[in-house]
Design a protein around this ligand. Sequence first.
Ligand SMILES: [Cu+2]
Length: 99
Amino acid sequence: MAQGDHVTLVLEAEDVTHGLYLDGYDVDLVAVPRRTDRATFVADRPGKFRLRCSKVCGTLHPFMLGELIVPPQFALLAGHRHNGIGGGRNRGVSPGRLA
Ligand SMILES: [Cu+2]
């Protein structure tokens, strides 16, 4: 992905309720078992942004961490949008699932 892309995060829980909070973008998802939650936003700020489970879900809760990496889009910074890289996919997000 690249700065300026539209990013959709999908959170699916299989066991207990999980959350996903993305620092810097104020994205907060909550998924109860067998349901999904999603949010779409524009990754307009470059950098590394931590994401974590926002619901106390069990003994592994403190370790449910990840990061979203938004590489700077120099053409965007210069005022021109270049769509050749990224295409809106979520390659910069890890882990993909928190369930
Ligand atoms: Cu948790």
